[in-house]
Design a protein around this ligand. Structure first.
Ligand SMILES: Nc1ncnc2c1ncn2[C@@H]1O[C@H](COP(=O)(O)OP(=O)(O)OP(=O)(O)O)[C@@H](O)[C@H]1O
Ligand SMILES: [Mg+2]
Length: 256
């Protein structure tokens, strides 16, 4: 059997007395599209923070492409091929849409982030290729008509798409999406769902998706992990998850 692209073992994060993530074992094969769901405060975003190196686990290990990456910082994880979007959108507010992506494309080249921001001579020579790549990504995400809009002026849904374009600019192998459809209307959600499904093959990605919209998650994910209070309560196919009493209890428990 081929080695998984990504794996956690006993992944744990404690904040004082609170166990935000407790003993989570997760595994992704190359090319999978997997959902990570659970009620509010279940520990989903914390998992993303640990996987991307934004935060260090209290216990447990993270393996990416066979390498132990536990404790590797977010910048290094991005270089290794792990990119994400954020639940609370994080864009460069003082930049237009195109520059938000171009800056990431530029950081990918040997001239580095600052030579791109400062437009040093070496950067200016390769600028046309960088711009072309950024435009292509933005067009793919349906933002071809908004290249020169200021990022904060975009409708909310488009800001989320811009975040995905920016994550793709890193040429990741593993893409983590934290509630990409939050705040979208049903038509926008359906459109984004198709896009997430399609870019996986187009960009040769493995995708881990956090999303509260069950239609979205069940519609495109092959497998789903369910967290509640930081621990895994279920894993399986969408049909298995839908029928799982522990999952139903976790979601309806508060209302029951
Ligand atoms: N930096 C932090 N310091 C202290 N507690 C934290 C921190 N980050 C998260 N938590 C707590 O850890 C728990 C899990 O939070 P997390 O944001 O991972 O949940 P989530 O599943 O993403 O929820 P949501 O669906 O609301 O986004 C929550 O109780 C949260 O308050
Ligand atoms: Mg969250």
């Amino acid at each position: 059997m081929s080695e998984p692209l990504f794996q956690t073992r006993g992944l744990t994060k404690r904040y004082g007395g609170l166990t935000a993530v407790g003993n989570v074992d997760m595994m992704l094969e190359r090319g999978e599209l997997v959902g990570l769901i659970g009620p509010n405060g279940a520990g989903k975003t914390t998992c993303f923070n640990l996987i991307t190196g934004a935060d260090d686990p209290t216990e447990g290990t993270i393996t990416f492409k066979g390498e132990d990456c536990t404790g590797t910082c977010d910048y290094e994880m991005a270089k290794k091929g792990v990119a994400r979007t954020f639940q609370n959108i994080r864009l460069w507010k003082q930049m237009n849409v195109l520059d938000n992506v171009r800056t990431v494309c530029a950081a990918d080249e040997r001239y580095g982030f600052w030579s791109g921001v400062l437009r040093l001579p070496g950067f200016r020579r390769i600028e046309p290729q960088i711009t072309a790549r950024a435009v292509k990504l933005l067009e793919r995400m349906g933002l071809g008509d908004a290249l020169y809009a200021e990022a904060p002026d975009l409708p909310y849904g488009d800001q989320r798409k811009l975040e995905i374009a920016r994550a793709l600019a890193l040429e990741p192998e593993l893409l983590l999406l934290d509630e990409p459809a939050a705040g979208m209307n049903p038509a926008e959600k359906a459109d984004l769902m198709r896009t997430v499904h399609d870019i996986r093959a187009e960009f040769d990605l493995t995708v881990l998706l956090i999303e509260h919209d069950m239609k979205f998650v069940m519609g495109i994910c092959e497998r789903i992990y369910v967290l509640d209070h930081g621990v895994e309560i279920a894993r399986g196919t969408p049909d298995e998850i839908k029928a799982n009493p522990r999952v139903i209890e976790a979601y309806l428990g508060g209302e029951a």
